[in-house]
Design a protein around this ligand. Structure first.
Ligand SMILES: Nc1ncnc2c1ncn2[C@@H]1O[C@H](COP(=O)(O)OP(=O)(O)O)[C@@H](O)[C@H]1O
Ligand SMILES: [Mg+2]
Length: 446
């Protein structure tokens, strides 16, 4: 009976201590769960870019809940010498004891070993019941520093789970430190970038101002110069005509007539050059305005051919018109179209001898728009295939020998192309050396 009571009391005591154990485990479990859930906040705070002091303080708090910490310090290696220095020891009066423990670990190689681990390294201290724990604080490949703690527990009594949780806490702290560093770096970069962009923008504004005033000055200059040149040239042309008439009246065979004719032709040529240069500079500086109005295409082309026929006749060329546009009324800029076609016609006359020049006009409906094509075909000298691309570039003439024999600036086709583009269309060329060339303008006409 007595034995039974004793047995029962013993069992009761065992049960109580089991309950106490279970309670302890339960509390540990609850506080671990707290820490784990708190770590989520920690993680969330990382994005705000916390102060390092706050990050370390929080980490220390969590570790204190996991382990019986007597003293805990963080050593940073973020200095020029990559030396580990204590930046924070709690409580402060334990600094020396902790430093001494770390010195010992450095001396016996434990510290060096710990640097290479991403987990807690523990070592028994000489004082019984005390353990040194070392754990790197680092994110990915970057070691920020070391966490060192003196624990009031025997090293073999430490639970693996608690140590793993310490690892998680310290990795989170390291991530927070790293993300703060990256944030700061990014802010610097973006500030530098903003400054660079501002500086560059200012430069560009200056450059544009300079370019604009240069371009204004250029157009003013060209407008003035062309006026200054045109006036005397027109006088030369006028007087040459008068002189020619007078000389012809006195002696139609006079050798003066040939010279006067040369003066006349050169002056005319010079006038054309000036007009071309002025035209292209007005187009390039956006001073040419497109004014669309309805007009009769047939009238325009017939007038043009009448104007150019004497020029065509100079080299015994015949010129004909093939018009098939219905209705004949089109909407475009009459003057600009006239100029574009005239340039093609004067080229055709210039580069064709005893041949035929044919102007064909057609209209067609493409989608909901009406277009015309005006083709100027000649049976003249033609253009080498490899030059065909370049002739629409300013100042380009197909060959050097051409330049000598045929006068010109190499601007006519450039002007024509620019005008066609401004009218919403384009111009292209098909040619065969020795056989002739066809230049075709395509523009919308409604
Ligand atoms: N109908 C054509 N036949 C042969 N060559 C041509 C013809 N039209 C233009 N070209 C070539 O294209 C070059 C550029 O023409 P253009 O821009 O009008 O300048 P320019 O007539 O002042 O030389 C001409 O120099 C010539 O070599
Ligand atoms: Mg020309």
């Amino acid at each position: 009976m007595t034995a039974t009571i004793l047995d029962l009391e013993k069992e009761l005591a065992q049960a109580r201590s089991r309950i106490a154990d279970l309670e302890r485990m339960y509390r540990w479990f609850v506080s671990s769960a707290d820490i784990i859930s708190a770590l989520a906040d920690f993680q969330a705070n990382i994005n705000i870019g916390l102060n390092p002091e706050v990050i370390l303080r929080d980490a220390r708090g969590y570790i204190g809940q996991l382990l019986p910490v007597e003293a805990l310090g963080f050593m940073s290696a973020e200095n020029a010498e990559f030396d580990f220095e204590f930046v924070d020891v709690t409580p402060a009066q334990s600094r020396e004891a902790l430093a001494a423990a770390v010195e010992g670990a450095i001396a016996d190689g434990t510290f060096g070993w710990a640097i290479q681990q991403n987990r807690p390294v523990v070592a028994a201290l000489s004082e019984p019941g005390k353990t040194l724990m070392l754990h790197t604080v680092g994110a990915r490949s970057r070691v920020w520093g070391m966490c060192a703690a003196i624990l009031n527990i025997n090293d073999d009594a430490l639970s693996d789970v608690s140590l793993q949780l310490v690892s998680i806490v310290l990795m989170n702290a390291a991530n927070a430190l790293e993300s703060r560093r990256l944030n700061a770096m990014m802010q610097n970069y973006s500030r530098d970038l903003e400054q660079a962009v501002e500086a560059r923008t200012a430069e560009l504004i200056e450059a544009r101002k300079a370019a604009e005033s240069a371009s204004d000055a250029k157009s003013d200059f060209l407008a003035n110069v062309s006026h200054e040149l045109r006036t005397p040239l027109n006088a030369i042309i006028g007087y040459t005509e008068i002189l020619s008439d007078e000389v012809r009246e006195e002696d139609s065979q006079s050798h003066w007539l040939t010279d006067l004719q040369r003066i006349y032709k050169s002056s005319k040529h010079l006038l054309e050059l000036i007009d071309d240069i002025l035209d292209i500079s007005r187009i390039e500086t956006g001073q040419v305005e497109i004014v669309k109005e309805p007009f009769q295409l047939g009238n325009l082309l017939r007038h043009l051919i009448a104007t150019i026929r004497p020029v065509a006749g100079e080299q015994n060329n015949v010129i004909e018109l093939d018009l098939d546009v219905n209705p004949d009324i089109v909407v475009s800029d009459r003057l600009r179209l006239r100029q574009a076609v005239l340039n093609l016609l004067s080229n055709a006359c210039k580069f064709t001898h005893e041949g035929r020049i044919k102007v064909s006009a057609r209209d067609e409906q493409i989608g909901d728009r009406r277009w015309i094509t005006i083709a100027v075909a000649d049976t003249g000298i033609g253009i080498n295939a490899e030059k065909l691309e370049a002739i629409f570039e300013p100042f380009v003439q197909a060959e050097r020998s051409t330049v000598k024999r045929y006068k010109g600036t190499g601007l006519g086709l450039t002007i024509t192309k620019r005008l066609c583009n401004m009218l919403g269309g384009d111009v292209d060329a098909v040619s065969q050396r020795g056989k002739g060339s066809t230049f075709t303008i395509r523009i919308p006409i409604d």
